[in-house]
Design a protein. Structure first.
Length: 276
């Protein structure tokens, strides 16, 4: 019951936040996001599987962002299409990467315990709805505003590309590292991982800052509250789902080992060292 109540509160908060967009279309989009999550939860709960959790999130980003653009501009060109393109290539890449990984690994350890507890699993799917809606809120608001202009939006798009490349390269380096049999129980310290212990997550934050900046100059008044999108992403990744969990796992597995402690001492946890 507690998890159901939390899920309702999360939805209420997120839907209420949609009002700052000053767009009925964006408010409706947030409702659709949660409906998609809750409907998709049903077969996942029945099968007790988390294998299409991340894929569902990525497809929701793609579907809802495309829906907002088409509902606003039809099939005509607009500078807002760059924002749509940024969200879509990120979502396609990440969804494909995570789906392949969970199929290869056979499971996502985040869900080992909660997928057999319906209310906890429901809360996880609701949380994903929160993630989708808040992360994309500034982008959706900018698209629906019909005020985006091309010269300015290119600055944010350049920052997005920088973050996207960092994330893709970091993920590729770690995947290649783990593909070698002798690295199965080792930790990566080369490439971008020599600059940051979580360069992929750093890239994720940079790209969402870029997406937010693509639309920021065209927001008005209360709409600027939607710029919490990259802040929310950072808090979620750093303190909740990503960095904290992986750091705890790494400390449990390699804590006390000389090379690991040396790596931790010389490599920043998040923001990369540039000149060494």
């Amino acid at each position: 019951m507690k998890n159901i109540l939390i899920s309702i509160l999360l939805f209420g908060f997120c839907y209420g936040l949609g009002f700052v967009s000053k767009s009925v279309l964006v408010q409706d989009a947030i409702l659709y996001v949660f409906l998609i999550m809750w409907i998709t939860f049903i077969p996942a709960a029945l099968a007790k599987t988390e294998k299409f959790y991340d894929l569902a999130g990525s497809l929701t980003y793609i579907g809802i962002t495309s829906f907002i653009y088409i509902a606003t501009y039809g099939l005509t060109f607009s500078p807002s299409l760059l924002i749509v393109f940024a969200v879509l290539i990120w979502a396609i890449r990440l969804g494909n990467f995570l789906f392949k990984r969970v199929l290869k690994d056979g499971q996502d350890k985040r869900f080992s315990e909660i997928k057999i507890k319906p209310s906890s699993f429901f809360a996880a799917w609701t949380t994903q709805g929160l993630w989708v809606a808040i992360c994309a809120l500034s982008a959706w608001t900018a698209i629906a505003s019909q005020r985006v202009e091309l010269p300015i939006v290119l600055i944010g798009f350049s920052i997005f590309l920088l973050g996207f490349v960092i994330e893709v390269v970091a993920d590729k380096q770690k995947t290649d590292f783990r593909s070698l049999a002798h690295n199965q129980d080792a930790f990566i310290t080369t490439g971008l991982w020599s600059k940051s212990r979580h360069p992929n997550y750093f890239g994720e934050i940079v790209l969402w800052i870029g997406i937010a900046l693509m639309g920021a100059p065209f927001l008005e008044g209360i709409q600027f509250i939607t710029l919490i999108s990259p802040i929310f992403t950072f808090v979620l990744i750093y303190f909740v789902s990503g960095v904290r969990i992986l750091e705890d796992r790494a400390d449990t597995k390699w804590g006390g080992q000389t090379e690991y402690e040396k790596y931790k001492a010389s490599t920043p946890i998040f923001f990369p060292k540039i000149f060494s």
